[in-house]
Design a protein around this ligand. Structure first.
Ligand code: NI
Ligand code: MN
Length: 220
């Protein structure tokens, strides 16, 4: 399995990309035209997550998997979509996607400046072969995270202000007990600066892998 971090919340797993904010992402080193994917998973409508979904889906004829409201929005614009809601799971040809709750907003600001509310923010558990990958999306800490089990890799936000900061994220990781945790949604801009070494120090029993943009997770 190939897992690449593109910065902020953008994670690529084989031919699947989650939250493809590429061209305007100050951390991303990859060119949009170099990304070849068949599936785009969106955790919510905010522009730092929807990012280049439209162009990428068109270029690759990719399927957009998201909450129903985002799916309907992009379906009307001509994209192939698959809508789900929190708690639901569906088996695609690459494996299973389960949509988990997240505590966060989900509006999308169009190019004309109009802000459109698009359902609930979510996270994903992606199961490929026997590996379970949890992408928490943008979220606060919430105690139902304790119900999420058997995670091989967890991508959790640590940047604070809009999501969990390092203290809450460390608590989340203690509940999840993933084999590997990869911090996301931090250091993209000043407001979400986080000390990843301090985060690591809080989690001595867990393998924390802080990936730089464009880096691969080799240990899975
Ligand atoms: Ni957000
Ligand atoms: Mn965000």
């Amino acid at each position: 399995m190939e897992i690449i971090y593109h910065g902020h919340s953008c994670v690529q797993i084989n031919n699947i990309i989650i939250d493809p904010w590429i061209s305007d992402n100050p951390m991303c080193k990859t060119k949009l035209s170099d990304i070849k994917v068949d599936y785009i998973l969106l955790t919510h409508g905010h522009n730092d997550h929807v990012g280049d979904t439209f162009e990428l889906a068109q270029q690759n004829d990719a399927l957009v998997i998201s909450n129903v409201e985002i799916a309907e929005y992009f379906e009307e614009l001509g994209l192939k979509t698959f809508g789900m809601q929190p708690g639901g799971q569906y088996e695609f040809d690459f494996g299973k996607v389960k949509m988990t709750p997240a505590i966060h907003g989900s509006s999308y600001t169009q190019a004309d400046g109009v802000n459109v509310p698009l359902g609930l923010a979510v996270g994903f558990i992606v199961t490929i072969d026997d590996k379970r990958i949890y992408h928490a999306g943008d979220t606060a800490l919430f105690s139902d995270m304790k119900l999420i089990k058997d995670i091989d890799v967890a991508f959790v936000p640590i940047g604070d202000v809009y999501t969990m900061g390092i203290v809450d994220a460390a608590e989340c990781v203690k509940w999840l007990q993933p084999k590997i945790v990869v911090p996301i949604h931090y250091n993209t801009f000043d407001l979400i600066k986080a000390d990843v070494n301090e985060f690591k120090n809080m989690l001595k029993a867990t393998k924390v892998v802080a990936l730089g943009p464009g880096e691969r997770l080799n240990s899975l």
